[in-house]
Design a binder for this molecule. Structure first.
Ligand SMILES: [Zn+2]
Ligand SMILES: [Zn+2]
Length: 118
């Protein structure tokens, strides 16, 4: 059996940085100022930066959001790792075992033109 190489300092730093960007946190939308949740999905292959509305959706609201072309996400809460935003694929939903809070991509609310010019 071969010994695993020890994680280098750079590896450990990178892991810390990853943990930080993957923890969901409140951040106002830079465009419309709405309260949003931002996080990178903890997916090594195709991590996605998500900005989502923090309002939890029930099934009907989720269907409406998806019909509207917004992606929906699982908000997985954990005391150990902090809150994470996770991909919500149809197998996950169909399994019926998902107990996560469901949130949808943020979409900026329309604002008056005058406000935009300020
Ligand atoms: Zn889930
Ligand atoms: Zn916005």
């Amino acid at each position: 059996m071969t010994a695993r190489p020890k994680a280098t300092l750079a590896d450990r730093l990178q892991a810390k940085i990853d943990a930080r960007v993957e923890t969901a946190r409140s951040d106002p939308c830079p465009r419309c100022g709405a309260d949003t949740l931002v996080a990178r999905t903890p997916d090594r292959v195709a991590a996605v930066d998500v900005r989502a509305d923090p309002t939890p959706l029930d099934l009907a609201a989720e269907i409406l959001a998806r019909l509207d072309g917004r992606l929906t996400w699982c908000l997985a809460t954990s005391e150990l790792t902090g809150d994470r935003i996770r991909w919500r694929d149809r197998w996950h939903i169909a399994g019926g075992r998902c107990t996560h809070t469901v949130i949808a991509d943020h979409r900026c609310r329309p604002r008056p033109i005058q406000e935009t010019l300020l």
